[in-house]
Design a protein around this ligand. Structure first.
Ligand code: AMP
Ligand code: GLY
Length: 430
């Protein structure tokens, strides 16, 4: 039996979220050794990386066994929905992240909508369809804008907000006939468009126990002032003052608690992150979606703000002792700016040389996402979102100044970033 302070940890994934998780492992007194699969250029500078794909479930189980891993932290949703945690359990390897039944809360929007409606948890009205014609007919009496969602996983791209009947018809045909998102589009959900401000709410859940992580806000659109297409997220900050004490109370009582109870009542032993995407409407907060893993780039602001060891938090959830955790956050603010490759979220170049002219200072972090390390140690771009630049400070303004100053020190030819991360909140408090 491994002692809790001698864990060999495997982090699965290759993004900025996973680099943040690896850094938390390195800083944790509980961790003896950390490895990653497949990792990225920055993770490779911090620990050993193995080329096993996050979709190769038998390969990951074999890696965990051969490297004598005691604890697996699963970053992305795909291995969760493919049942990685179910397989690891067969070999008594503890893992943070839900089994396939819990991962369905992200992998099927229809499953989640039905659960929310069954347990009367506030959410937008929606109707599922598995055939094109009835979906098109439904639009004839619908109000616009309207939201068309592919049921399954689509790397954050399966949601189309259609402004008109024509756009909605195109969206339905593209999802269900052209199969733009593959089999994820065999079923769709047509959903009421909610108006308001979005916020993300992260819970660490273990059965019926949960702790609420600090509040945060993402910036989903590619362009300044929330313009252009949706992305995985272009920047984040924490705390999000949109969620004041009163709203926090309302979200906890009407959404967080009933959701955790509903999931347990459905017989799902959920151990991992329940990330609740919320729209704060004039009628109160409503659930837009569930994710069953940490947000990216939210992780890059949430974990640096924790005073509690993130590994202790995750291991306690995975082993069913979450109620022993008294979560503490550091005072102050964190802000993360994503550096992307020009052209993201569509097509973008890869293989560009990265230059970092100054190391991060205290309370500053350069988290790698789409990067790879060459044999000579140089770093090349290797994805749409390339870095997450985070700074902690006593005010949001100072965190933004520090993060933007550090972002200037990281260069590659097609570097693109939003210039307004945190601006909405800065306006609200000024
Ligand atoms: P999802 O993949 O469900 O997170 O959706 C992606 C984005 O689409 C969300 O972050 C929202 O900005 C938007 N969205 C999804 N559902 C709705 C809705 N019912 N009303 C308005 N916006 C939505
Ligand atoms: N930042 C949005 C997500 O992780 O889904």
């Amino acid at each position: 039996m491994t002692k809790d302070n001698e864990l060999n940890v495997l982090v699965v994934g290759s993004g900025g979220r996973e680099h943040t998780l690896v850094k938390s492992c390195i800083a944790s007194p509980m961790v003896k050794r950390v490895i990653a699969a497949p990792g990225n250029g920055g993770i490779a500078q911090d620990c050993a990386c193995f080329s096993t794909s996050p979709e190769d479930i038998p390969g990951l189980v074999a890696l965990a066994q051969s490297e004598q891993i005691d604890f697996v932290i699963v970053g992305p949703e795909v291995p969760l929905s493919l049942g990685l945690v179910d397989e690891l359990e067969k070999y008594n390897i503890v893992a943070f992240g839900p089994k396939a039944d819990g991962a369905r809360l992200e992998a099927s929007k229809i499953f989640t909508k039905e659960l929310l409606l069954k347990y009367k948890i506030p959410t937008g009205a929606a109707t599922p369809f598995d055939q094109v014609e009835p979906a098109l007919n439904y639009l004839q009496t619908a109000a616009f804008p309207i939201v068309i969602k592919a049921d399954g996983l689509a790397a954050g791209k399966g949601v189309i907000i259609a402004a008109s009947l024509r756009e909605a018809e195109e969206a339905i045909r593209s999802i269900m006939e052209t199969r733009t998102f593959g089999d994820s589009g065999s079923q769709i959900l047509i959903e009421e468009c909610l108006a308001g401000e979005e916020t993300s709410f992260h819970l660490v859940v273990s059965g019926r126990d949960f702790v609420i992580l600090p509040t945060s806000q993402d910036h989903k659109r590619i362009g300044d002032n929330d313009t252009g297409p949706n992305t995985g997220g272009m920047g984040a900050y924490s705390p999000a003052e949109l969620v004041d004490e009163d709203l926090l109370q309302i979200i906890t009582e009407t959404i967080a608690k009933p959701s955790v109870e509903a999931i347990a009542d459905e017989g799902i032993d959920f151990r991992g992150v329940l990330y609740i995407g919320l729209m704060v409407t004039k009628d109160g907060p409503k659930v837009i979606e569930f994710n069953t893993r940490f947000g990216d780039p939210e992780t890059q602001v949430l974990l640096p703000r924790l005073a509690t060891d993130p590994v202790k938090l995750m291991h306690s959830a995975a082993t069913g002792v979450l109620s022993s955790i008294n979560l503490a956050a550091k005072p102050g603010y964190a802000l993360c700016i994503v550096l992307a490759s020009q052209g993201y979220p569509l097509s973008y170049p890869k293989g560009e040389t990265v230059t970092i002219t100054a190391p991060p200072g205290p309370n500053e972090f350069i988290f790698h996402a789409g990067t790879k390390q060459e044999e000579d140690g140089s770093i090349l771009t290797n994805g749409g979102r390339v870095f997450g630049i985070t700074a902690l400070a006593s005010s949001l303004e100072e965190a933004a100044q520090k993060a933007y100053a550090l972002a200037e020190k990281v260069s590659f030819p097609s570097k693109y970033l939003r210039s307004d991360i945190g601006a909405k909140q800065l306006k609200r408090i000024s």
